[in-house]
Design a binder for this molecule. Sequence first.
Ligand code: AMP
Ligand code: ZN
Length: 135
Amino acid sequence: MEDNCIFCKIANGEIPSATVYEDETFRAILDLSPAAKGHTLILPKAHAANLFELPDETAAKALMLAKKLGAVLKEGLHADGLNVVQNNGEAAGQTVLHFHMHLIPRYSGDTVNVGWKPGHLTDEDRDEVLKLFQK
Ligand code: AMP
Ligand code: ZN
């Protein structure tokens, strides 16, 4: 646990939360400021600030849990779709610096915004990025 980390305290039960799921590795809770009904957060109990700090085994389990809980939300709330969102770093919109995954039920025509304005892949950008993976 990290001092002064609210998600450490919630994940480990020191602060009460609307818990939808718990096992030895994770707690999943309802977001207090939901983008949509059922907006759920998956929190590992061990502190990791972001995806890059998360142990591989926990990362793999987190996605499996997102699949399992997401299916319950989608079916139970009759959603048309589901966003799995995970922000890393303040520049990417992360406000709580303890890894978490958002599960957001979506409905055709809803006004939830997790999108971006599509850009254009330039030849220069393509070549620069492809090179990163050739090392
Ligand atoms: P992010 O912007 O990806 O870091 O997401 C943080 C999320 O945590 C936001 O959706 C907040 O509404 C949510 N949140 C912050 N504090 C709490 C809390 N005490 N209980 C439940 N959700 C929280
Ligand atoms: Zn933490």
